[in-house]
Design a protein around this ligand. Sequence first.
Ligand code: MG
Length: 129
Amino acid sequence: MSIGPEEQLARQILDLATLTGWRVFRVENSTRLVRRRSGAMVRARNVNIGGVGFPDLVLVHEKQRRLLFRELKADGKYPEPDQREWMRVLLALGADCDVWRPKDWPRIESTLTGALRSVVAFPLKGDCA
Ligand SMILES: [Mg+2]
């Protein structure tokens, strides 16, 4: 069975996050399609009440003192209303909450490796100072 782009992205993130010292809580599916005995497919909730739409990943880095909430989407896909509502509330509280898509990989990698926060001082050459 092949996996979709969102699942592929999730696995890539989990691999890199683990290597770079993040603790990751993953909400695998806040809703999923299940088949009733009648054969009908219904969308069932499999997380606690209120959890529908909660971001896919909660990432914690104790040393970097960072807490991230990330919704994962395939390129060109956008969060559903339930997901947007969770994001709205988290952002309103000042949380670091965002959507990550496969095309964002360079940004994802920088975030996870902390590259954006490391300060690099470039010494000025005498002739251009
Ligand atoms: Mg998602």
